[in-house]
Write a protein that binds this ligand. Structure first.
Ligand code: AN0
Ligand code: CP
Length: 311
């Protein structure tokens, strides 16, 4: 693998899942692979899981890791030909090349503005690093995608399913703040690659990018969508059409024990209790959110391993 900025970079998802499960059984088997190799992680936004699990994965492979909270460094310019006489101090052209002098792999977290749709959809931050860095790039959640999360989710479903073809539902949930579509986008993309029956449910008007959801059934009635579900992945996203707006906070969309039935509850975390999902669900045996978080390490590790092997 030459990079991991999108799910499509994985040559064979089933093989990657199997490899991740093997790594989980023996995390230090490839401790020599990353020796004298450095991962630099760049954070334009907050993180708990991605930061720690990706660092852990790199260390399991024997890599050195350096992290930079980019907002504490020089403010970067991304536009070409700008007269840089305002707030930006350094162009990404130099910054990405410079960071490449210290890194064998660069991982980037850069959320969308949720204000300028075209700019967010262009993925200009991630794409600038891809363009100007001279080492492989990993996406740690960009404007439109969170492929490491989706891989961890696919591993989790594979490990826990009791059926050959489980029913998986992606269910929108209310949230007071405008959140990205990235997690939902990548989960929807991943589920279309898996042997699952996949359904999406959300309030009318909350459609994700149709280029991502393609022919996935969208059922506006949450209860109907969740009938006989084996896994229910709950996630808020802000409106994609009325871009970045919070048009619905209807608490009836919150996930409850009653609605969940016997399904397993999934969420990428962080999650707002009793807004997105009620306590009873998160505190029940049906919640697999901690297993998902654990699998973030092995998703990152399988990605890093394959990138290191291609260097
Ligand atoms: C972010 C999001 O929804 O994309 C990160 C999730 C992994 N969530 C929040 O900002 C709460
Ligand atoms: N799920 C996830 O990516 O969490 P963080 O934002 O804490 O990294």
């Amino acid at each position: 693998m030459k990079k991991y900025t999108e799910i499509q970079d994985i040559p064979n998802i089933q093989d990657a899942i199997k490899e991740a499960i093997l790594l989980k059984m023996d995390p230090f088997e490839y401790k020599e692979l990353g020796k004298n190799k450095t991962l630099v992680m760049l954070f334009f936004n907050a993180s708990l899981r991605t930061r720690l699990s990706t660092e852990k994965a790199a260390k399991n492979l024997g890599m050195d890791v350096m992290s930079l909270n980019v907002n504490e460094a020089w403010q970067l310019e991304f536009d070409d030909g700008t007269i840089m006489d305002a707030n930006t101090s350094e162009h990404v052209k130099e910054a990405a090349q410079v960071i490449s002098q210290y890194a064998d792999v660069i991982a980037v977290r850069a959320f969308p503005s949720l204000k300028d749709k075209a700019k967010d959809q262009s993925e200009y931050i991630l794409k600038s690093f891809e363009k100007y860095a001279t080492v492989p790039i990993i996406n740690m959640e960009s404007a439109t995608a969170h492929p490491l999360q989706a891989l961890a989710d696919a591993i989790t479903i594979t490990e826990l399913t009791e059926k050959k073809v489980p029913k998986v539902v992606l269910s929108w949930a209310p949230h007071p703040k405008a959140l990205p579509q990235a997690v939902a986008n990548s989960f929807a993309t991943m589920m279309q690659e898996m042997d699952v029956e996949f359904v999406i449910t959300h309030p009318e008007g909350y459609e994700l990018d149709p280029e991502i959801t393609k022919n996935v059934p969208i059922v506006y009635d949450q209860k109907e969508a969740m009938r006989n579900a084996d896994f229910v992945y709950v996630k808020n996203w802000s409106n994609f059409k009325e871009y970045g707006q919070v048009l619905n906070t209807n608490p009836s969309w919150m996930m409850t024990q009653e609605k969940l039935g016997n399904a397993k509850f999934m969420h990428c975390l962080p999650v707002r209790r009793n807004v997105v999902v009620e306590d009873a669900v998160l505190d029940s045996e049906q919640s697999v959110v901690i297993k998902q978080a654990n699998n973030r390490t092995f998703a990152a590790q399988v990605v890093l391993k394959n990138i290191l092997e291609s260097l």
